[in-house]
Design a protein around this ligand. Structure first.
Ligand code: FAD
Length: 365
């Protein structure tokens, strides 16, 4: 059996790993490079029980356990480590009267840590680009192939009922099963098969080289800005880099993932927020100014499952794609190879729960 996976993001790479581990012939087709999009630009924060009470809970718990297992089983270092997480807030500048941040001395005056959100039992972090690359290379060690090409459509059998491969620039790759894991670009696949809409939500982020100046605790800080309150997310990572993101918005998704670049205005805004948080966030320490689109669906839950004969989808993981990739890959591998996912119930993520997007609504420029 040959499975073609469309997209070399974290979802595609994890699916490739769990399929290839079973001896299945897998080819990942990626237009740019592995982890070129959100999977290489995310924070990499993981939480055991932050989806409790939602349909994501079982997927998140299984994924959290798999992240730990993968870090001990596989070769490579992607900075997996348990961490603490804190909530806090930033006092408006006019109210700062040399008020020191409690506990975390590296923060500026007026940045207050209010409560603990997670401990080493419940929260962890990875470098998401390195994790995605490590999963892809583990899949390759089990025989998976990686092909750099742009997918332009699906191939079908004579009566159009079953998917038989993918069309790429300059050719066709035959397959018994095709998995669409194109992140926000999965929207394109709604022109190729019945698929609910997938949207892209854009966020800028900055990565600082903070060395050992910033302790390894994740922070979620309420930040007042022009009458609004943003949540600033600060993720220090084991390699001495710290990822910061704070806001998101709607923007047109470029067809080419390589054309997603940060806009100067949003980077300046984020940089000003960072400089308010700590002197550790100095401009000369910035090592990445970036933007990416996370994939979201109409009801906020991912689409994971079968969408036709030989056709599968795994996308829409929104803010928890790095966390939930391992159990998604494991479940899809079971579904494709055995006909049913056993470890994680995929019912809440059945793509058929949402109406398919009318392909006439797809406009590409
Ligand atoms: C700022 C930010 C911070 C985040 N932080 C976290 C976090 O801390 N923890 C967490 O769990 N999640 C986080 N996320 C969410 C996470 O990044 C995403 O949910 C996840 O990366 C989505 O992975 P994916 O594989 O579905 O899509 P993507 O990473 O978008 O991968 C899709 C791939 O498809 C390729 N592609 C596109 N078109 C084609 C084509 N025609 N042919 C071939 N290939 C194509 C692209 O190049 C890309 O590599 C964050 C997201 C953002 C934006």
């Amino acid at each position: 059996m040959r499975v073609v996976i469309c997209g070399g993001g974290v979802i595609g790479a994890c699916t490739a790993y769990f399929l290839s581990r079973r001896g299945i012939d897998v080819i990942v087709v990626e237009r740019a490079e592995v982890a070129a999009a959100a999977s290489g630009k995310a924070g990499g924060f993981l939480a055991l029980d932050w989806c409790a009470g939602s349909p994501l809970d079982a997927l998140a718990r299984r994924s959290f356990a798999l992240h730990a297992a993968l870090a001990s089983e596989l070769a490579g270092d992607w900075g997996y480590g348990r961490t603490n997480a804190h909530a806090g807030f930033v006092v408006p500048e006019r109210d700062v009267r040399r008020r020191k941040a409690s506990e975390l001395a590296w923060l500026s005056d007026g940045v207050v840590i209010a409560s603990r959100l997670g401990t080493a039992e419940t929260t962890a972090i990875v470098n998401p680009r390195k994790f995605t690359a490590a999963m892809m290379s583990a899949a390759q060690q089990h025989g998976a192939g990686l092909r750099h090409a742009r997918i332009t459509g699906l191939m079908r059998d004579a009566d159009g009922s079953a998917v038989t491969g993918v069309a790429v620039d300059g050719g066709v790759i035959a397959a018994d099963a095709v998995v669409v894991a194109l992140g926000p670009w999965s929207l394109l696949a709604a022109g190729w098969m019945d698929l609910p809409a997938v949207f892209g939500r854009r966020s800028p982020s900055l990565v600082y080289d903070t060395g050992t100046d910033v302790p390894a605790d994740a922070l979620f800080l309420e930040y007042p800005e022009g009458g609004d309150v943003l949540t600033v997310e600060v993720f220090p990572r084991a390699d001495g880099s710290t990822h910061v993101t704070a806001f998101s918005g709607d923007a047109p998704l470029p067809l080419d993932p390589g054309a997603v670049t940060p806009e100067p205005g949003e980077i300046d805004r984020l940089q000003a927020i960072c400089e308010r948080l700590s002197p550790a966030f100095r401009a000369e320490r910035i090592i990445a100014r970036q933007a990416c689109f996370r994939p979201v669906t109409q009801d906020g839950l991912p689409l994971i499952g079968k969408v036709g004969e030989g056709a599968y989808v795994a996308t829409g993981h929104s803010v928890w794609g790095i966390l939930n990739a391992p159990a998604t890959g494991e479940a899809l591998a079971e579904l494709i190879a055995d006909g049913a996912a056993r470890r994680t119930d995929l019912t809440p993520f059945d793509p058929a729960r949402l109406p398919p997007l009318d392909p006439a609504l797809l406009r590409t420029r």
